[in-house]
Design a protein around this ligand. Structure first.
Ligand code: FE
Length: 203
């Protein structure tokens, strides 16, 4: 048997993955950036195909990964993680700098960014694995990189529950709240995780 909990013991960081298609900038939060080879320097990232960012990286072949730190505020996760760039401009009202490849990177709540050019695209059903050759990398601060575990325990707000309320489910991954009985095939609109990652908090 495979205990699902065993997979939760893997450690991950968190990153803002940014792309650009023509005039349209986009970005999302991922926990899946890793280095694969040192010479040349290559990194991997896998992205859920439901994310607009996945489509843009496949189309344009470039991305930036900004490394989030323990000082990143919840607002950064909300801005990049909890809406779709298909119908919103995630960069509205921001003044982020651009790297040499013309893409935005995030310079607050981060400690580095890496730019990469895609050299491999691998289809794994729900996700696409991109291999990118690093074209630029810069250290932005000495703050500690955030782990997924730290985000869940220290940054993500705790759900507010009043005992009188009806049935309510909260996504364990991102905190999205659903009122009423949760459909079995429900997909979290914010982080795209399935119904099994929701927990009942009232009702
Ligand atoms: Fe979620």
């Amino acid at each position: 048997m495979i205990e699902k909990e065993a997979l939760y013991k893997i450690t991950y960081g968190l990153f803002v993955l940014t792309t650009k298609d023509g005039e349209k900038d986009n970005g999302c939060i991922v926990n899946t950036v890793a280095m694969i080879t040192d010479n040349p320097k290559r990194i991997t990232v896998y992205v859920n195909k439901n994310n607009y960012t996945e489509e843009l990286i496949r189309k344009t072949g470039v991305f930036n990964a900004s490394v989030l730190t323990e000082k990143a505020t919840f607002s950064i996760f909300e801005r990049f993680g909890f809406s779709s760039g298909r119908d919103t401009d995630k960069f509205a009202g921001t003044a982020y700098p651009r790297s040499e490849n013309g893409l935005y990177y995030v310079d607050n709540g981060t400690n580095a960014f890496l730019s990469a050019k895609v050299v491999g695209v691998h289809d794994y059903g729900t996700h696409t694995l991109f291999v990118g050759e690093v074209t630029e990398g810069k250290v932005l601060s000495q703050d500690k990189s955030v782990s997924y575990e730290y985000y869940l325990s220290e940054i993500k707000p705790k759900p507010q529950v009043k005992p009188s309320e009806g049935e309510k489910w909260v996504c364990k991954i991102c905190g999205y709240t659903y009122e009423g009985p949760l459909p079995e095939d429900f997909i979290c609109p914010w982080c795209k995780h399935p119904a099994e990652d929701f927990e009942k908090v009232s009702g």
